[in-house]
Ligand binder design. Structure first.
Ligand SMILES: [Zn+2]
Ligand SMILES: [Zn+2]
Length: 387
């Protein structure tokens, strides 16, 4: 009944309500600059120092921010604006964006939408982008999925990104923001600008997130390529999640990361098995299994009746692209032939891209890789939770 109510409300509200939620993203996380130069990209800003208006920052205005003695020193080309414990850039108009350039090793321009709070810490600048969630989502989609995919795929990635962001919004609470801009959370290097289909993909799924049968946001796991067979969550991580189930994937075989190959020394491989897993390498039958292994489907261990050799550990120790592979002895080497790239739990990006090219819709693609899920509008979850 609860689910029916929520789904009914969802249908009533999808497309009709734009959520005005914002996120606080820590920029340049773990590699924060001491000094930056900023300039509006679009629109204009009001610059505040310790909560008081300091300057109207118009398109041609360049402001330099530098940490000095635990405070932020502000300058323009013509004026010294003083030192402050906290600096804010408040946008004057919707759509405003700020270009940020650090003055040290990375001279690239990073342009972000919306507003900024900047504070000094340990001689560096903590730059927090207070960003409208949909502007953040399109920026992440561009960083994570590139600019050459069909729009339907950008819709898939937008829903995943939004779900992930909201599910992990307390990850950096202790540092004073919600998510970082690195792969630790989701890669967010700039506002989306390279392909209008990315912004359209975000807009056409505005506010939509993925929930499980208990109306909880899902762990929207994804990776590059599953090699034709996805994994159960418990085969890779510790917990069993009902929507992360293994399944055949016929859509990613011909994609760039479908196959890989690596040769290693036979003796090193044998020593590794013996030392790490107490594998009985002196037993010729057991040794044959470890040197000549060719599964027809994806298994997660070598042969449990001989010894427990989990492939996820082998993958990590040997830096393999996936834990889905065969082993073949060639003279003094063994050749590991693998399928796919990544952990294999949840959505296969290259399979999903191919499905989008073949005409599947974004909801069909999400339902394919995540089992028994529902797509709902964020405002509906908020409504439901506030009851
Ligand atoms: Zn993070
Ligand atoms: Zn796949």
């Amino acid at each position: 009944m609860r689910l029916l109510l929520v789904l009914f409300l969802t249908i009533a509200s999808i497309g009709a309500s734009a959520t005005n939620k914002t996120l606080d993203i820590g920029l340049f996380w773990n590699d924060e600059p001491r000094e930056i130069v900023v300039q509006p990209g679009d629109g204009s800003y009001t610059l505040l120092g310790n909560g008081q208006e300091i300057l109207q920052v118009k398109k041609e205005t360049i402001v330099r921010l530098k940490v000095e003695n635990g405070l932020i020193h502000l300058r323009t080309i013509t004026a010294d604006l003083g030192v402050f414990g906290e600096v804010e850039f408040k946008r004057n108009t919707w759509g405003s964006s700020l270009k940020i350039q650090r003055t040290d090793h990375d001279k690239k321009l990073h342009e972000y939408h919306d507003e900024f709070v900047i504070k000094p810490f340990s001689g560096k600048l903590r730059i927090i982008n207070h960003v409208y969630i949909e502007n953040y989502v399109s920026g992440v989609v561009e960083s994570e999925a590139g600019s050459k995919e069909p729009k339907e795929y950008y819709k898939v990635q937008s829903v995943i990104c939004r779900t992930y962001a909201l599910n992990n919004r307390r990850r950096h609470e202790a540092e004073g923001f919600q998510l970082c801009d690195k792969v630790h959370c989701q890669v967010y290097h700039r506002r989306s600008k390279s392909n209008p289909d990315i912004i359209l993909g975000t807009k056409e799924t505005i506010g939509i997130v993925i929930v499980d049968s208990d109306i909880n946001l899902i762990t929207a796991a994804f990776y590059s390529n599953c090699g034709g067979f996805t994994c159960n969550s418990e085969d890779v991580w510790s917990s069993r999640l009902g929507y992360l189930r293994e399944r055949l994937d016929p859509y990613c075989h011909a994609e760039p990361h479908a196959y890989w190959r690596k040769a290693v020394s036979k003796q090193e491989w044998i020593n590794y098995l013996e030392n790490k897993f107490r594998y009985p390498v002196a037993d010729s039958a057991a040794l044959k299994v470890a040197l000549d292994y060719c599964p027809d489907i994806r298994y997660h261990t070598l042969n449990d009746s001989i010894a427990y050799v989990p492939f996820k550990t082998v993958r990590s120790d040997w830096k393999l692209k996936s834990a889905f592979f065969s082993i073949d002895q060639v003279q003094d080497s063994i050749v590991i032939e693998g399928r796919g790239y990544g952990h294999g739990v949840g959505l296969c990006q290259e399979g999903a891209m191919n499905m989008a090219k073949r005409g599947f819709t974004y909801d069909q693609i999400l339902q394919y890789y995540y089992q028994n899920i529902h797509l709902v509008n964020l405002s509906v979850i908020d409504f439901f939770r506030s009851e």
